[in-house]
Design a protein. Structure first.
Length: 254
């Protein structure tokens, strides 16, 4: 079984490792053995654990999952050159990854929280020689899409990478709205989850505007509810959220 080495033991790394376990041998590198042991416990399987100062990347396939601002610091502690480095660092450029870590091949990727359940929407870009290999690895945690430029992956980061937070806000607001009108919170939660499950399926083969039109009958409940969302500038707020997150992704790489 092929080994995938995680450098970093935070929430994103754990989410991806949850999706990869059983399909790849997992190795994790970090600063603190106590935190590595907590990662292992949360993952639920035995893993190889190494400290940064003792680790040689030579011939390894690396999944880099540290905070973007920690790149320079950890690069001083690592030894050797990886065969392939897949980075999930928002905004950090291929140029900087090659400068500080000097791997043979680099791929930038942006999975999302759904990696935990094998349903991530992961976008990738980088050295085309590594394209098929990186896609094969990350297909284990969901769907993948190879993009042609780093600008595109920064935009996709704002959409799919940050998207679970936006949709969580929508889900919470819908439940609160139903509770406000008198539905029990437990029943509202069950209803909301069923809504998201069904919608996640039908959106795969339907344009959003067409789905909206199918639900919105003249003068009906959906029409007045949709009008309230437009009055509240919900559409504009989501468009602005993507713009601001994209700008932030670029800032993180500077």
């Amino acid at each position: 079984m092929r080994t995938i080495t995680f450098i970093g033991n935070g929430n994103m790394g754990l989410s991806i490792a949850q999706g990869l376990k059983g399909k790849y041998h997992i190795e994790v590198v970090g600063r603190n053995m106590k935190n590595l042991e907590a990662f292992e416990k949360a993952l639920g399987i035995n893993i190889e654990k190494s400290l940064l100062t003792e680790f040689d990347m030579t011939h390894k396939t690396i999944l880099l999952c540290v905070k973007p601002h920690n790149l320079q610091e950890i690069s001083k502690q690592l030894q050797g050159k990886a065969d392939m480095l897949i980075s999930v660092l928002a905004g950090v450029t291929i140029k900087d990854l090659k400068k500080y870590l000097k791997p043979k091949l680099v791929v930038r990727s942006m999975p999302n929280l759904a990696a935990t359940v094998g349903k991530s929407m992961t976008t990738l870009t980088g050295d085309t020689e590594a394209q098929n290999d990186a896609i094969d690895i990350l297909n284990a945690i969901g769907d993948t899409l190879w993009l042609e430029s780093e600008k595109e992956i920064d935009i996709a980061t704002a959409l799919a990478g940050s998207g679970p937070a936006y949709l969580s806000l929508v889900a919470e607001a819908l439940v609160d709205g139903a509770v406000k009108q008198g539905l029990k919170r437990e029943d509202a939660m069950i209803t909301m989850r069923g809504l998201f499950t069904g919608f996640g399926t039908i959106i795969q083969n339907n344009h959003p505007s067409l789905l909206k039109d199918k639900v919105m009958s003249p003068g009906g409940t959906t029409a007045v509810g949709y009008s309230a969302l437009e009055t509240g500038n919900v559409r504009a707020s989501f468009i602005d959220a993507i713009e601001q997150a994209y700008k932030r992704a670029k800032e993180l790489g500077e």
